[in-house]
Design a protein around this ligand. Structure first.
Ligand code: FAD
Length: 423
């Protein structure tokens, strides 16, 4: 581990980019292979999303960025975030009036933060690009890997390929591969042929679709809060038992919103889009005042209707040659707001363990623990043992939190418990 190695990172999403930064900060030669075009190119459409989505960033993810040892990362990312001190529950009184009820996350006033996922990702790429030991290979799709011989194969995709090299495959050697290629990970798929991996995946019967609340017209520049149509310091929830609508603030005064509902409900709305405004009026009071009925219909029809997957597997590594992180290892439903946060935390924990074994190797004059790769194999085995338990727990909490967010937040027992917790 002490000597310089060639680290291949597959996937330049937030988790792969942070992992590349940690590896590059340690002096390794880092090559990042990404299926899509460079996210910073304005013509690139982010995978699965209509544009960039807003996420809840919490201490788990912030700490992982802090430990990367680059203040220019954290300062930049945090300067574009909006603190959210709690939930704002939207409901209807028996007389039909719409009410808002704030529920703080923390008695000490600590917050989570709304962050633009694309902005965070771009900042990481900007920092990596300036490091002499980092190389990017965009439009490269991992198609195969031999984790005994440490060889990987990538297909050069459409626009990144020259006429001669279109659909050409390249072979790349490596010492260590980090697979951060998302829920449908090719690294995981190829690793399964080597590691005795237990694997479980589940699609829940809920689809999601993104909407947008626009900034308010005519806000004065000296009063920036006036551009927000609803409180910018809350994660807004319209619980609807079987359904849920949420809104997260953005810097420009808009809100990125998400409708979650059973697939059969999406089917009904697709068949009869004209009922969308009354569907919202019945279940999510106040929303049609924020998004005009015609806009609601067109956003529902234009934006994709996407599934939600929950993936658990173990172990996360094979020998000394590969480890999977982020959604590749533990894609989860988004209701706990921890998917990306947990992926960033994977990076911190992995490198803490690798560093620990490197210190042991240095202290014991290289020999007593065997070769560098045997030591890395031990470190990766420890990473899997430690991380699988925690990641599976977060997956379960995320599933449970759907019930809390769409339903329990309305129950008198929940409110009583929260009231008692504060005293
Ligand atoms: P990804 O972001 O999926 O990146 C994987 C990358 O690998 C992609 O760039 C892809 O192009 C590339 N790739 C794929 N296959 C290959 C291949 N064969 N070869 C090369 N490259 C490849 N998380 C939070 O923490 N807080 C939230 O509030 C939150 N809200 C969410 C709301 C919704 C509606 C959804 C769907 C998710 C939410 N998440 C949230 C989860 C979060 O988006 C993911 O956990 C996070 O994006 C995972 O990052 P990643 O880098 O592991 O994977």
């Amino acid at each position: 581990m002490g000597e310089k190695k060639k680290v291949l990172v597959v996937g330049a999403g937030p988790v792969g980019s942070l992992a590349a930064l940690y590896a590059a900060q340690r002096g390794d030669d880092v090559e990042i292979y990404e299926l899509r075009n460079d996210l910073r190119d304005p013509t690139t459409t982010p995978l699965n999303f209509t544009k960039s989505i807003n996420l809840a960033l919490s201490e788990r993810g912030i700490n992982a960025m802090r430990r990367a040892g680059r203040q220019d990362l954290l300062d930049h990312v945090m300067s574009a975030t909006i603190p959210m001190r709690g939930r704002m529950i939207h409901g209807r009184r028996p007389n039909g009036d719409h009410y808002e009820e704030p529920q703080d996350y923390d008695v000490h006033g600590r917050t989570i933060f709304a962050v633009d996922r694309g902005g965070l990702n771009k900042r990481l790429l900007d920092i990596l690009e300036r490091m002499p030991n980092v190389k990017f290979y965009f439009n490269h799709k991992l198609t195969g890997a031999d984790f005994r011989k440490c060889k990987a194969w990538f297909e050069i995709q459409g626009r990144g390929a020259s006429t001669e090299s279109r659909a050409m495959e390249v072979e790349v050697d490596f010492d260590f591969m980090i697979g951060a290629d998302g829920a449908h990970s090719a690294v995981r798929y190829h690793m399964m042929k080597y590691a005795r991996m237990d694997y479980q995946q589940e699609y829940i019967d809920t689809l999601w679709c993104e909407f947008q609340i626009k900034p308010k017209d005519g806000a004065k520049s000296d009063k920036p809060m006036e551009k927000f149509a609803i409180s910018p310091n809350h994660l807004h929830i319209w619980p609807g038992k079987e359904f849920m609508f949420i809104a997260i603030p953005s810097d420009d005064g808009s809100f990125t919103c998400t409708l979650f509902a059973p697939s059969a409900v999406f089917g009904q709305l697709e068949l009869s889009p004209s009922i969308i405004p009354s569907f919202f009026n019945d279940r999510f009071p106040g929303v049609t005042a924020l998004i005009q009925p015609q806009d609601l219909i067109s956003q529902f029809l234009q934006n994709p209707h996407l599934p939600l997957i929950n993936i658990k597997c173990k172990p996360y590594h094979y020998a000394a040659s590969v480890v999977i992180l982020g959604d590749a290892a533990h894609a989860m439903v988004p209701f706990y707001g921890q998917g990306m946060n947990a992926g960033l935390e994977d990076v911190r924990i992995l490198f803490e363990i690798l560093d620990k074994y490197e210190r042991i190797q240095q202290a014991e004059a290289n020999d007593s623990h065997g070769s560098t790769s045997a030591l890395r194999a031990t470190a990766l085995a420890e990473y899997s043992a430690v991380r699988v338990l925690d990641a599976h727990a977060i997956n379960d909490l995320a599933l449970q939190n759907y019930i809390e967010m769409r339903s329990s937040v309305l129950s008198p027992t929940y409110r009583l418990r929260k009231f008692l917790e504060e005293f």
